[in-house]
Design a protein around this ligand. Structure first.
Ligand SMILES: [Zn+2]
Length: 384
């Protein structure tokens, strides 16, 4: 048995009063909290909290660390990913994946919502100590190709299921998935009760394209030789256009939200009960050099989660590094808020809150020891 306590104990939702002692069994599964205890207690100066949940990652892009120069904007970033991601050997790709999986574990991450366009990561995820929910992400803006793209997605899904990975088919982004493909995906995932993710409003150009069919996206489609004659601008932001025909899935994880307005957030709330707003601040700085306006997200009814995105658009895969950007940028954010986003909210978004994101009976959901000073968190060590 282990008996663990700290100056501050955060249980995934809040700081607990009276410094309770966590009792763990010999496999580090949580047994109970105790207020008084005779046994010797492992005591930590600082904060202890459950293992982190990284709600958005692309493990399969890990080999692209440092390949794309920062601050080149989303359109350039997309072009670089498309043209360069396969210009590496199988070994380089696999080594990147293995190292990134290890890195996340060392960084106190116990569960990940991970995007896959390919089966490259399946074997590593199957063997990993980390729990992965795999978002099998489909891309296809040509409506004529919807059935083909969906069939390829189903094939990828069979591979993920054979590797015992929890998974769901998801759209990449509003500007890269046609309406018919969006409908096929929504219908498919409705039956599963699994979460759905979509990259949302990552650039100002995305909103411009949906409002007026104008801007850099028009050029991107030309570059990719994708016909856009079928697309009619709506006069509204991207979110307020696509969400209506997405259907209501179980949990919807909107990723980035760098250019989401208060009206967008209200709109999403009305249409969908279970929306999670995933912030990936380091990737936002890397790609667009702009952060979402946190004022819009600091409400009891807005559920925020934290993602690292990939090593193609980040220097590390660390939830603590993401939190520190938010704390540094915005002094209204409380430590209890960001820790909840990084633990319980992330687990709830992925539908795994009975196993992760808290101290849960008969479960080992990880325990991290953190120190905190001058608006800065540091992971001291993983305790369990
Ligand atoms: Zn992403």
């Amino acid at each position: 048995m282990r008996y663990i306590s700290a100056t501050y104990v955060f249980d995934g939702k809040q700081f607990l009063d009276d410094r309770p002692v966590l009792v763990l069994d010999d496999n580090d599964n949580f047994v109970e909290f105790r207020r008084s205890i005779k046994e010797k207690v492992e005591y930590y100066e600082g904060i202890i909290c459950p293992g982190f949940v990284n709600a958005h990652c692309h493990l399969e892009l890990s080999h692209m660390k440092g390949v794309i120069p920062p601050k080149g904007k989303l359109l350039n970033f997309a072009k670089e990913i498309i043209t360069k991601r396969r210009s590496f050997s199988k070994e380089q790709i696999q080594t990147g994946i293995e190292e990134a999986d290890k890195l996340m574990w060392e960084n106190g991450i116990v569960a990940v919502g991970d995007i896959s366009n390919t089966p490259d990561t399946f074997e590593v995820k199957q063997k990993s100590k980390i729990f992965y929910h795999t978002f099998l992400e489909l891309i296809g803006f040509d409506p004529e190709q919807a059935l083909n793209v969906f069939a390829l997605g189903k094939e990828l899904q069979r591979g993920a299921s054979r590797a015992d990975l929890k998974n769901s088919l998801v759209p990449h982004a509003p500007y890269s998935v046609s309406e018919p493909l969006m409908k096929l995906i929504s219908k498919d995932v409705l039956d599963t009760k699994y979460p759905v993710s979509i990259h949302n409003q990552e650039s100002a150009e995305e909103n411009l394209f949906f409002r007026k069919k104008d801007g850099d996206f028009v050029e991107l489609y030309e570059f990719l030789r994708i016909p856009i004659d079928h697309f009619k601008p709506s006069g509204y932001s991207s979110l307020q256009t696509y969400l209506a025909h997405m259907g209501v899935c179980k949990n919807l994880v909107l990723v980035h939200n760098t250019f989401s307005s208060k009206e967008d957030i209200e709109f999403a709330k009305k249409l969908h009960d279970e929306v999670y707003w995933c912030l990936c601040p380091n990737a936002n700085l890397y790609i667009e050099d702009k952060l979402p306006d946190l004022n819009n997200f600091l409400s009891e009814t807005v559920r925020v989660v934290i993602g690292t995105d990939s090593l193609a658009s980040n220097h590390s895969l660390s939830v603590v590094d993401e939190i520190n950007v938010l704390l540094g940028d915005f002094n209204r954010v409380k430590i209890a808020d960001v820790l909840k986003w990084a633990t319980y909210n992330g687990a709830e978004a992925l539908g795994i809150e009975t196993s992760f994101g808290g101290f849960i009976k008969e479960r080992n959901a990880g325990i991290n020891h953190l120190s905190y000073s001058a608006n800065h968190l540091k992971l001291e060590r993983k305790i369990a």
